[in-house]
Unconditional design. Sequence first.
Length: 266
Amino acid sequence: MNVDIGLCTVSSKERAVEAVIELAAEAGYDGVELWGRDHVGDGSVDDCRRIVDAVDANGLGIPVYGSYLRCGTDEFDDRVEHELAIAGRLDADLIRVWAGRQEYEDHDAEHWNRVVCDLERLTDRAAAYGVGVTVEKHAGTLTDTLEGARRLIEAVDDEHCGLNYQPGFSVPKDEIEREATELAPRSNNLHLQAVRECGESRRCPLSEAFYDLETVLAPFLDAGFDGSANVEFVTDERPYPAAIEADRRYVASILQADSHERAHTR
């Protein structure tokens, strides 16, 4: 089982992408998920080459291009090839996308069908670029609930399209654990960030999360998850380099403990 630990460059919006890449390498990360706004911008050939050179020079990989391509919207057709070309230039494993603009409990059938159709077309086209698709589990989209996320990935039914799961800040601990159990087999990417109390907004170290990260990660490891666990945002209570290093070390300690336990139960 091979789970890499990545850092989302969106965790430091104010820094140049090359600076975040260098800090990620210094902190011991395996790769970087590239923020598809200021850090990648329009994704020109020259800009992508510059980013890839920086990643290679620091011994990292690019598990995900974090695009803002939104299925089920009027702009999807205008942007899909452009965004896939960027993912291809970056040699990213996955492109992160969004599932429409309606939440699951309030969606209509037309919007659902449009999102599914766009995701199917996107996944098929992404194969030409050697890229898989990961769909963000997020408020304001069809994946905001466990049922919506599960149903959407099942509707697309393609091994190259999975869920980008992340524990929600306003989701109770027990529900997060239930989500992780049901959605792990349908996920191909992880975002990790934390707050100390359910419903808060100020981020804290992962080791102080209101949910138990070890319990959340367990079903992913049991399901043979081989994607990247990416630290998305970190606390501002300590300097950024120290914050990203502490979170990486904590995630690594869980993965190492799991690996050790599995080795002794064979």
